[in-house]
Design a protein around this ligand. Structure first.
Ligand code: MN3
Length: 235
């Protein structure tokens, strides 16, 4: 083989491998450049800000590990299922048409994003305005609502959520859901617009309260953000 032929052959190989490298790096770059569909929202307060009612370590793990895992796994499931350009609400509303990973992680992402906004350091007193009127109309008193909500939260077997919702008749209703299901899902028995939600998974309270779920529920009322609940009610 002449030097020239060797040179041409080597150049062709080099060009070939360059082309291959270029395709791979393009794929790699587009993979990197493509931003995930969903991201962890800011918490809005320090991990320790809800103490003594909800402890700092529970908040840190709950937010930075559990919620983050729902977001990451939702993004992975969307890529795997080639689902694009759907809002979280659209995914939940039609979740019976999607694999369980979308239901579980989409629910997890929605529920936790909703939950963080409904808790605030020091709480915000009691419900007022139109929400207060609707509570009295549906339950007779705020105390009755609390009793009903506590019962729903305590009696949810295993992991799940307690909810205050506006149902299809426009009335307030209390109920609960299993796992990361929520009232926006087409598969949910309890359906409506969520106003208030409480996470009763053990990961939400076990480090501080161990098996004492009722103590955690009672403490949570001290940090409820009624301004956010009123906003959920009015939109
Ligand atoms: Mn949780």
């Amino acid at each position: 083989m002449s030097n020239r032929r060797t040179f041409l052959k080597n150049s062709a190989m080099a060009a070939g491998s360059l082309a291959l490298f270029s395709i791979q790096s393009k794929a790699g770059l587009s993979g990197l450049a493509e931003s995930p569909a969903f991201s962890l929202p800011p918490l809005g307060f320090e991990y320790g800000a809800l103490e003594p009612h909800i402890d700092a370590l529970t908040m840190e793990i709950h937010y930075s590990k559990h919620h983050k895992a729902y977001v990451d796994n939702l993004n992975k499931a969307l890529v795997a299922e080639k689902i694009e350009n759907k809002t979280l609400e659209e995914l939940l509303k039609n979740c019976s048409h999607y694999p369980a990973a979308i239901r579980n992680n989409g629910g997890g992402h929605f529920n936790h994003s909703f939950f963080w906004k409904l808790i605030t350091p020091g709480g915000s007193g009691e419900p007022s305005g139109k929400l207060k009127d609707a509570i009295i109309s549906a339950f007779g008193s705020f105390e009755n609502l609390k009793t009903k909500f506590n019962d729903a939260a305590k009696s949810r077997f295993g992991s799940g959520w307690a909810w205050l919702i506006v149902n299809k008749d426009g009335k307030l209703e209390v109920g609960s859901s299993a796992n990361q299901d929520n009232p926006l899902m087409d598969i949910s028995e309890l359906k409506g617009k969520p106003v208030l939600g409480l996470d009763v998974w053990e990961h939400a309270y076990y480090l501080h309260y161990q098996n004492r779920r009722p103590d955690y529920i009672n403490a949570w009322w001290n940090v409820v953000n009624w301004n956010e609940a009123a906003r959920n009610f009015s939109v």
